[in-house]
Design a protein around this ligand. Structure first.
Ligand SMILES: NC(=O)C1=CN([C@@H]2O[C@H](COP(=O)(O)OP(=O)(O)OC[C@H]3O[C@@H](n4cnc5c(N)ncnc54)[C@H](OP(=O)(O)O)[C@@H]3O)[C@@H](O)[C@H]2O)C=CC1
Ligand SMILES: Cc1cn([C@H]2C[C@H](O)[C@@H](COP(=O)(O)OP(=O)(O)O[C@H]3O[C@@H](C)C(=O)[C@@H](O)[C@H]3O)O2)c(=O)[nH]c1=O
Length: 283
């Protein structure tokens, strides 16, 4: 075993486990509510690198469960990062577009000011800050709108709803890059290996699928490729009230990730076709 992954059942963790030399720890082996248990797992396994692919990702639930989200999304990665720094291991943790306030229309650069609109984003931002403070060879990889054939995501929600609905209303004023979990897994492994050779590359990076799109247009593309007759009516965010506010602009500027690690933005349209095939949906 050479790379230790926190998370076993999640979208990115599932894709990471397709790679040889990856050992994934589920909640039973390391509960992220217990930061010291996470540090102890790293000490016990002594891997070549550590990737944190587990998180509290229930955006709306986090609004009424912020202390728990904070423990999982900040306390645990902080302890992992400190342990990795002490042992000289590269550490990669994944963060989110929801650390930004979504103002404007320009893509957010990795050093752009943050300003989360909700509890999930605040907990992820606290995680970023604590990981950075731990030092060592580390990367915080922010991504957005993750999808895959496994776990819960917007693609699977839309496909499920299309089985019973002729039409759906979907927000058209939130724009971002849908990102295949498989590509994120590959990026994490590439970055971890790079940090092992070049700790000076440590920092905060962005990685999102291309092209940027609204949730409404993403839904339309899902239905078109899957041959579903469900129609999509575009609506403003105000007409789809949710407990958590979400950023209107989730565009991420991914240029430094390509420049430093040679990792280009994946085209989500190709990955969507592949995901539908994996779900046994002809395209
Ligand atoms: N999903 C998305 O759209 C986006 C995700 N991200 C980030 O990417 C990363 C990976 O996300 P993704 O693969 O979608 O995650 P998922 O929501 O698919 O899965 C979350 C994973 O975290 C695990 N987990 C949650 N709480 C705990 C806990 N207390 N102890 C141990 N494990 C726990 C879950 O385990 P269990 O099955 O046991 O609950 C599951 O394996 C996360 O850091 C997330 O914040 C960033 C941007 C967008
Ligand atoms: C189901 C549905 C959702 N929507 C809207 C609500 C929301 O604004 C948008 C996406 O809804 P979801 O709840 O699937 O997405 P959400 O859980 O907010 O997704 C986020 O997850 C976290 C973990 C991240 O880090 C983010 O990058 C992002 O991917 O679509 C509709 O407009 N119509 C619908 O029928």
């Amino acid at each position: 075993m050479s790379v230790l992954v926190f998370g076993k059942t999640g979208q990115v963790a599932t894709e990471l486990q397709r790679h040889p030399g990856v050992l994934a720890l589920g909640r039973d082996a390391a509960d992220l509510s217990d930061a010291q248990a996470c540090a102890a797992a790293i000490r016990a396994h002594r891997p070549r690198a550590v990737i944190n692919a587990a998180a509290y990702t229930a955006v709306d639930r986090a609004e009424s469960d912020e202390a728990h989200a904070l423990r999982v999304n900040a306390g645990a990665p902080a302890a992992m990062a400190r342990e990795c720094a002490a042992l000289g291991l590269p550490f990669v943790t994944i963060s989110t577009d929801y650390v930004f306030d979504g103002a404007g229309t320009d893509p957010f650069a990795p050093d752009a000011p943050t300003g989360p609109l909700g509890a999930y984003g605040r907990s992820k931002l606290a995680g970023e800050e604590a990981v950075r403070a731990a030092g060592g060879a580390q990367a915080i990889l922010r991504t957005s709108w993750v999808f895959s054939a496994h776990g819960a995501n917007f693609v699977k929600t839309m496909l499920r709803l299309s089985e019973t609905r002729d039409s759906l209303t979907v927000v058209a004023d939130q724009i971002g890059g849908p990102t295949p979990a498989r590509a994120i897994a590959g990026a994490c492994l590439t970055i971890a290996a790079h940090l092992g050779r070049d700790p000076g590359a440590s920092g905060t990076y962005h990685f999102a699928g291309t092209p940027d799109v609204s949730w409404a247009d993403f839904a339309r593309e899902i239905f078109a490729r899957a041959g579903r007759a469900t129609t999509v009516t575009p609506i403003p965010t105000a007409d789809y009230p949710t407990p958590a506010r979400r950023p209107a602009n989730s565009r991420l500027d991914c240029r430094t990730t390509e420049a430093v690690f040679g990792i280009a933005r994946p085209d989500w349209r190709q990955a969507l076709t592949q995901t539908l095939t994996e779900l046994d949906i002809p395209t």
